[in-house]
Design a protein around this ligand. Structure first.
Ligand code: FES
Length: 58
């Protein structure tokens, strides 16, 4: 499933970045080799971070 349409990031890519240590959306983008653009996907990424035990503020 594509989570970030601007960067064409899939859920698998995002969860892989989280597993690799990303704990904030900006780190997820960086881990995927891109950056935030419209920001529409940020909420979903934060939800995945929380599900993975990370969290936006940590
Ligand atoms: S959908 Fe991810 S930055 Fe636009």
């Amino acid at each position: 499933m594509v989570i970030c349409h601007c960067n064409r990031l899939t859920e698998a890519q995002v969860t892989a970045a989280i597993a690799a240590g990303a704990s904030r959306p900006a780190e997820v983008y960086a881990g995927c080799g891109c950056g935030a653009q419209c920001g529409c996907c940020c909420r979903t990424i934060v939800d995945l971070l929380r599900a993975g035990g990370g969290g936006c503020g940590k």
